[in-house]
Design a protein around this ligand. Structure first.
Ligand code: ADP
Ligand code: MG
Length: 259
């Protein structure tokens, strides 16, 4: 993976060609609940955006709409200049550009670790088995679980399983990685091993959207913090600015409860 400075964007507006994920006035309801309200969000290539906010504020729904696991009611989402279509082959291709890591690792229990990381490459990217296997082993090494390749997910710790899930997402060569509370289900001693893999990814220049309660990670890895409440983006700022000097009362209140 090429070395890209992830801090470059912080100095000023990035050129339009650098816009990788663009949400334009996105609205979504679940019945009467207006879960995403007028969301405008642009994520630039190489940028790490950490999304924080109270439970129920719409963070997971935001991630799921970017991956088109959820449709939007109004507004548009584009990935690398292409609007996300409602369905069809084009959707499958664009979705493969968006890697997703969930709180629950969602590995295939009846497949080995290696097979888990090979599967998408073979089915979606039409890679041949030998190349998929080689790439899977390289990625498993990179996230520090190379020696676990022939085990089944249940034989691994939670932290190891989540690192496999990251390798599996990376195997698709995504343009952007979404992480939805990737460490929330982990025992405390396993959180850091997953955050370290994410830190390294960020340093390698991966574009990332990370929903997390790990404020240490947000401070050290994020280019920008997006604070959500009640389905809206209330505030966005560079991490030092956000944590030291939040502007909105909602953010001040939230930070006073978690810090
Ligand atoms: P967060 O991730 O910030 O905790 P979510 O995006 O999961 O928030 O949820 C936002 C709101 O939408 C919550 O009130 C939740 O109960 C509701 N919600 C989420 N998914 C669904 C769904 N599939 N159907 C109905 N309501 C939902
Ligand atoms: Mg959530």
């Amino acid at each position: 993976m090429s070395e890209v400075s992830v801090t470059e964007n912080a100095d000023g507006p990035a050129p339009a060609g650098d816009q990788l994920v663009v949400l334009d006035n996105v609205n979504k309801h679940f019945g009467a609940l207006h879960v995403l309200q007028d969301i405008d969000l642009t994520i630039h290539r190489g940028e790490v955006v950490v999304v924080i906010g109270p439970s129920g504020s719409g963070k997971s729904t935001l991630c799921r709409t970017i991956n088109r696991l959820e449709t939007v009611d109004t507004g548009s989402i584009s990935i690398d200049g292409k609007p996300l279509p409602q369905e069809g082959r084009e959707l499958a291709r664009l979705r493969a550009d968006v890697g997703m890591v969930f709180q629950s690792f969602n590995l295939f229990a009846h497949k080995t670790v290696l097979e888990n990381v090979m599967l998408g490459q073979i089915k979606v990217r039409k890679t041949d088995r030998a190349a998929a296997s080689k790439k899977a082993r390289d990625l498993l090494d990179r996230v520090g679980v190379g020696t676990q390749a022939d085990k089944y997910p249940a034989q691994l710790s939670g932290g190891q399983q989540q690192r496999v899930a990251i390798a599996r997402a990376l195997a698709m060569d995504p343009k952007v990685m979404l992480f939805d509370e990737p460490t929330s289900a982990l025992d405390p001693e396993m959180i850091n091993e997953v955050l370290e893999v994410m830190q390294q990814l960020a340093r390698d220049g991966m574009t990332m959207v990370v929903v997390t309660h790990e404020m240490g990670f947000a401070r050290s890895a994020a280019n920008r913090v997006v604070f959500m409440a009640d389905g809206r983006i209330i505030e966005e700022a560079e991490p030092n600015q956000f944590f030291n000097n939040p502007r909105s009362d909602r953010a001040k209140d939230f930070l006073s409860k978690i810090l």
